[in-house]
Ligand binder design. Sequence first.
Ligand code: BYC
Length: 307
Amino acid sequence: MNEQKFQEKIDLERKIEPKDWMPEEYRSHLIRQISQHAHSEIIGMQPEGNWISRAPSLRAKMILLAKVQDEAGHGLYLYSACETLGISREELVQQLHDGKAKYSSIFNYPTLSWADMGAVGWLVDGAAIVNQVSLQRTSYGPYSRGMVKICKEESFHQRQGYEIMAEMAKGTPEQKEMAQDALNRFWWPSIMMFGPQDSDSPRTGNAMKWKIKRQFNDELRQKFIDQTVGQVKVIGLEIPDPDLKWNEERGHYDFGKMNWDEFWSVVNGNGPCNIQRLDHHKKAHSEGEWVRKAARSYSNKQEIINA
Ligand code: BYC
């Protein structure tokens, strides 16, 4: 009965709130997805943090710093949304450290040049927005509201990245080459961010039934490709896909085959930076223990004073 009422509520586009009854599978599905999303925001600070001290101007440095801080904020909103499902922050971080919780495959690729800051902002944040705009309509209230705020900030990030790429593409031949090289390395991993093809996506069935996901992986990937091709043309770069071609009949771009072996290898821990990213997170987490202790003792003291 509960289950039927729950599904009716979903079908009527009403949000599910933390204290509402929900099936255990819905709760665990959300914990998995929202925590993966939160971990992605936090781990995603590393490839960009790598360039803060080497930004080419004070302006570029200030913008990059602000962007990386925004990602930390996104992680915090998402951890908070996830905690409303009855799991603690400590458990979530432990799952990441134990390899039980994933984070986006894209952050296991290195950022080798300043142009990579452009490619990450433009393509990675660009892909993230396409996904997150869709998730604004997700059925779980706290996740949906978090997405609204995050999307506003992501669109600024996407423009920041595009500006870097546009500047470099119209710079010296060496700068243009750097921009093209960044696009070559980040294009395929960016379109893999949308996850496996629908035929190979075990979580999609329940996610669509419960309206956690509102669009299929392939549908969002196509949307991102269609909107990005025009942007690439404007700045005079080339997408590294010889099969990319407008298909009049479909009204979409056709594109080449993705390397799914590479995708699964990265997802399963064997990408170029998986070990480095996780080790860095563990180290930072352990070095931050004193801050958590101080915050806990402060809040305990406040509770005693207020009692
Ligand atoms: N990377 O059945 P599927 C950002 C896993 S970062 C790693 O299609 P689902 C930003 C998937 O988890 C943006 N793993 O799953 C930050 C599942 O494994 P498990 C992050 C992936 O959940 C800083 C298995 O493959 N955005 O904004 O229906 C700087 C089967 O997949 C990936 C989000 O996290 C991947 N790419 O669909 C810049 C959005 N793809 O968990 C930017 C929220 C799939 O069963 N998440 N897997 O062991 C989602 O929308 C969905 O979870 C996904 C996957 C579309 C990612």
